[in-house]
Design a protein around this ligand. Sequence first.
Ligand code: ZN
Ligand code: ZN
Length: 349
Amino acid sequence: MNYEQFLHKINNKNKKIFLVDMRKEENYHFSELVQEWIRKYTKQNKNITIIVNKKWYASGVICRDCGHIPQCKNCSVSISYHNDQQGHPFGLCHICKTHYDIPPKCPKCQSNSIRPYGLWIQQVADRIQQTYNIIPDIIDTQTVNSPNKIKKHKQQKHSNITIGTSLLTTPIKNYKTDIVIFLNADLGLNIPDYTAASKNFFFLYETIQQYKDAHFIVQSFDPEHYSIRSACKMNKEAFQREDEVYRKQYNYPPYSDLCVLLYKHETEERVYANVDKLHKELLYYKEKYTLDDMEIYTTPPLIYKKFGKYRYNIIIKGKQIKNFMDIIYTKCKLHNRWFKVDRQADSVI
Ligand SMILES: [Zn+2]
Ligand SMILES: [Zn+2]
């Protein structure tokens, strides 16, 4: 068996929560268990909700021959792939909202094999239509964007299968869902930030909590991860215990203070020069005041370029940053050096 089953008792009812190990599955998107439940429930005319944890930066178009991924000209993100109301494909930058044509040929090697990659709601919907002969309803920000509109949309359509993004983490009013399927429960963990586990946990935990009468299937490539396991067991305390161990070990808040200084500019060289200069000054003062436990390092943010500006961070992590920052403000004349200072940062990206 490629899955484990957990029970969560609420109001004398047992919710079943299945955790599927996707590493052992043949089909990358739909585990055997998911296929089995879709067959069973659609025969019984029951309702299925499929949540696709869609992260736009994990998808785009790629040339299958040379691997080229077209990027936005203003931002360091791939152009993501959409269909307009008439079903025609177009490219979109989710940061600066620039629209692009999807090139018929690869701009680099002229190959015709330019294809979308990542998990697309439309792809999932097409697969379901081919396999089960059911046209699912799609709920995403392009079709609807508020709880009321979702409710209206659902009243007009009568498909047993609803597919959507995180908009569906809150159940649709007056619409009973019998099973909720998380297609890719661990996508949120791929973000290089210390809050990733916590965000991923609450995404699952709160959704399971809100659907009162449904069962759940959680598909994961990392089923041992504490954020996934504790969510499937609906055990918030267990999650928090493990998250505390992790934060303590790597010295993240609340076990230390975190300050992020961001510099951005159109000229890349200027970003490097200014960040490097301040970084050296900070290291000098760290040494001077023998703040051995303090960590000071530079790192690019998750998105290196936004709206045509390059960006770089200086991270300061330690027990008593406040005093150090007060000194730095004066000594390094921080107020006129164009750094954006977040003295109580809740993220390093
Ligand atoms: Zn852009
Ligand atoms: Zn190519």
